[in-house]
Ligand binder design. Sequence first.
Ligand SMILES: Nc1ncnc2c1ncn2[C@@H]1O[C@H](COP(=O)(O)OP(=O)(O)O)[C@@H](O)[C@H]1O
Ligand SMILES: [Mg+2]
Length: 410
Amino acid sequence: VHEVARKLSTQLELQPLLQTLTDAATRLAGAAYGAFFYNAPDAAQGHYLLFTLSGAPRETFEALGMPRNTALFEPTFSGRSVVRLADVKRDPRFGRSAPGFGMPPGHLSVTSYLAVPVIGRGGQVEGGLFLGHPRPGVFTEASERIVVRLAAQAAIAIDNARLYERERQARAHAEAASRAKDEFLSLLSHELRTPLASVLGWAAVLRSDVSGERTAQAVEAIERCGRAQARLIDDLLDVSRMVSGRMHLELRPVDLAAVLRSALDTARPAAAARSIRIEADLPPSLELPGDAERLEQMAGNLLSNAVKFTPPGGHIELRLEQRDGLAHLAVSDDGRGISPEFLPFVFERFQQADHAHTRSTRGLGLGLTIVRHLAELHGGSAAVQSDGEGKGATFSVTLPLGPRAPDPPR
Ligand SMILES: Nc1ncnc2c1ncn2[C@@H]1O[C@H](COP(=O)(O)OP(=O)(O)O)[C@@H](O)[C@H]1O
Ligand SMILES: [Mg+2]
């Protein structure tokens, strides 16, 4: 047992650890076969049952399906008690509910039966160790003691393996975040460089333009590039304020419909340049507590995305309505849409569907992060819906119409 305990404590990966445990328990208890059934967290289904085996090929078990929570298994999976039986088939408590692990006749028949729960530090049942033998009366009190001690050692080792795994995942997450930041830096340099190159180009034109013919054009271009660059920097400042929790809004009564009309006016020239039609369905007015400038920024980000990610000739729709004490704002387009894989990440910082090096559009990937944060600062939320690539997208923002009710006293 000592030897095995040492071996268990050096193993940091769950699967081989459980194999060591199952093999050792089977061998030390003199069992013909052993199995360890355990719950593993699974993102999709919550939990699912896994197992490691000793003394029998995996196929024989897989063909039989998993043990159900029958009367026989209940004391083990609930962590209540050890079950040791000289002949499981004759035991009055379990009757026919345990036809030897549910084995078909002639296959891995189980007569002697020993089942020990493995209980973690926090009292949670990690799983159950099941041992069997075709002959009756194989498992003695001594073998029970050995297996119980093994189970206790295993519980500690499993806890450690889980800690190690969590640590490993946290590290992988941090590394990915750091990589994303590196990529963002190169993207940022590029995005800041482009308007600057234009400004310098037009400055050279101005210098050599003795006749003054192109002065107006040059000044206009310089202004446009300067504004574009200022917008990028404003977004950066906003995000850094958001991240450090320094963005605060002063909410006062605002007519959201008027704010949206103003955002529309700003978006129309860019849409017209791409032959994109914008339709608006707005009430004459809709008042709510908000920050007019920030609300316009939010709508502007959604509209400029819709214009950017919709091919020429496309349509955009801006809707605002009041429902269930909330303002519902939606921007829909029939543009390139969003793949189901990318959909969960659209609101994340630095995230863009296109790869930085190959993409056809510009931007820092901060617009939607800002949209969501502003919606939340208003006590609302932001959401996205898209049926997939090429199927268009709808971004919606929901905002409360009145100040949030204070939390009821407990
Ligand atoms: N209307 C839209 N249609 C399709 N994809 C969109 C739309 N709006 C946003 N996206 C996707 O979400 C990403 C993040 O958007 P955003 O945060 O505004 O950053 P940026 O516009 O700088 O790329 C975009 O790069 C794009 O991949
Ligand atoms: Mg954007």
